[in-house]
Design a protein around this ligand. Sequence first.
Ligand SMILES: [Fe+2]
Length: 210
Amino acid sequence: MPSAIERQTAEMLAALDAKDPYTRLHSERVGMLMGRFAAAMSLPLPQAKEMTIAGLLHDTGKLDTPNELLEKISQGEPFENDAQKEEMKRHVEAARIAHIDLPATVRLAIRHHHEKWDGSGYPDGLAGTDIPPTARMLAVCDVYDAISAERPQRKALASRKAAAALRKLEGSKLDPKLTEVFIRKVAEPGANISLLERLLRFFSSQRTSK
Ligand SMILES: [Fe+2]
């Protein structure tokens, strides 16, 4: 049976889907990447689950964002003015998570997923290791998906090209160490396989080596 958190998370994803299917799909991919990232860092399963939930819920504040702005994002178009940018930024504090009994790590990851390593992000302008670690991980997954996802006027970037684009941002916008781990273990071709596949490969390699 799903837990209350899982059920409420599924409800929020359904609400996102009704408002903006692009944001729902983005949220699902980021949730999956967060789970893989946690596994790549050998985090215990309960933490990996929390990270997945943070990825799934990180953009629920966009339920309050005007549709015209969400359309610009899904089309890959730039905003027209500062007022639109400010309106978009509100989604990190407007996340619809008050009614869900989430651990502090998940709340912090969601609030701070647009902080930048060099301090140029929002909402609090935190820099470096002042940014909660789960928020730094979420930022890497969020940016990677934004770079690699297919948009109407752009084909999806191959994971190797997306990893190269990500590498350009490390040190200025993203935590360099975490970005390296992500590129090596999550983003690169061959690393992009599920934990189950890895386990199956491990077991079959055990069999053949005997
Ligand atoms: Fe966001």
